[in-house]
Design a protein around this ligand. Structure first.
Ligand code: IPE
Ligand code: IPE
Ligand code: MG
Length: 251
């Protein structure tokens, strides 16, 4: 069933988009890899592999549109609950993804970043991400930000712990704590809040993604599974974003 906040499947070309009102930060919940595979009689991990292969295309499209930050939800703190084999497969994807795509990302001036807990990630997962971050650190184009071993509630609690420590050691006065100060204690420190959040696969929920940061994000959902999500779908989401009136509680 299609709702007012969901994709209408109408075709949008990049050339039809408003070049001025481009979202600065787009966040994507790349969901539906498992169902994409099931639909084809393949194991769930085949969907993850196919989903991985879809990332570069969308990143390059975002970069060409002038999006400043693209945050992709790759693995949540809750995804550890999945079967061991599936988690192990997911943890091997960075070592395949970065060597495969880094040249194209470099050519597009993309800077790789990560939000999430390094602790808990195996070395063979973390090392290729860190190498890509290092290699792209001086790039000035799109920030391609992977949410890896990320969960928003854990992020907020960690932020509060650090904030309380700073109050206790006297570097932060309680009456100085405002929204900007608190934002500085989150993993997204220094990044603008997402203007647009896209979720694929037909699930209409946030699943512990950027809860504080998405207070005023525009939300857009599509029934398509992530491996099937095309650049035209991405442009359609941007076009819908450009039709929305953001009011932030005003008139
Ligand atoms: C998203 O696809 C990828 C990750 C969460 C790692 P899923 O694996 O959640 O696919 P579905 O939702 O089961 O179809
Ligand atoms: C969210 O998808 C996490 C990622 C896409 C990495 P899930 O598939 O884990 O979320 P739920 O379980 O449907 O809420
Ligand atoms: Mg899912």
């Amino acid at each position: 069933m299609l709702n007012w906040f969901q994709s209408k499947g109408s075709k949008t070309n990049a050339s039809e988009l408003d070049k001025v009102n481009v979202p600065r930060h787009v966040a994507v919940i790349m969901d539906g890899n498992g169902r994409w595979a099931k639909q084809r009689g393949l194991p769930r991990v085949a969907g993850h592999h196919s989903g991985m292969k879809n990332v570069r295309k969308i990143a390059v499209a975002a970069s060409k549109l002038g999006v400043e930050v693209l945050t992709l939800y790759a693995f949540s703190t809750e995804n550890w609950k999945r079967p061991k084999d599936e988690v192990e497969f997911l943890m091997k994807l960075p070592q395949e993804f970065f060597p495969l795509e880094i040249d194209e990302l470099m050519a597009n001036n993309v800077q790789i970043r990560m939000i999430g807990w390094e602790r808990g990630l195996p070395e063979h997962t973390l090392e290729p991400v860190k190498a890509a971050m290092k290699r792209t650190e001086n790039n000035t184009g799109l920030i391609l930000n992977f949410a890896l071993n990320y969960g928003s509630r854990a992020e907020m609690l960690d932020g509060i712990r650090n904030l309380v420590a700073d109050v206790q050691n006297g570097t932060l006065a309680p009456d100085m704590i405002d929204e900007d100060v608190y934002s500085g204690y989150l993993l997204t420190k220094g990044l603008p809040d997402p203007d647009l959040m896209i979720r694929t696969s037909g699930e209409i929920r946030i699943s512990n993604f950027l809860l504080w940061q998405m207070a005023y994000s525009e939300l857009w959902f599509t029934d398509k599974f992530w491996p099937d999500f095309t650049t035209d779908d991405f442009y359609e989401a941007i076009a819908e974003y450009q039709r929305r009136a953001r009011r932030y509680g005003g008139v």
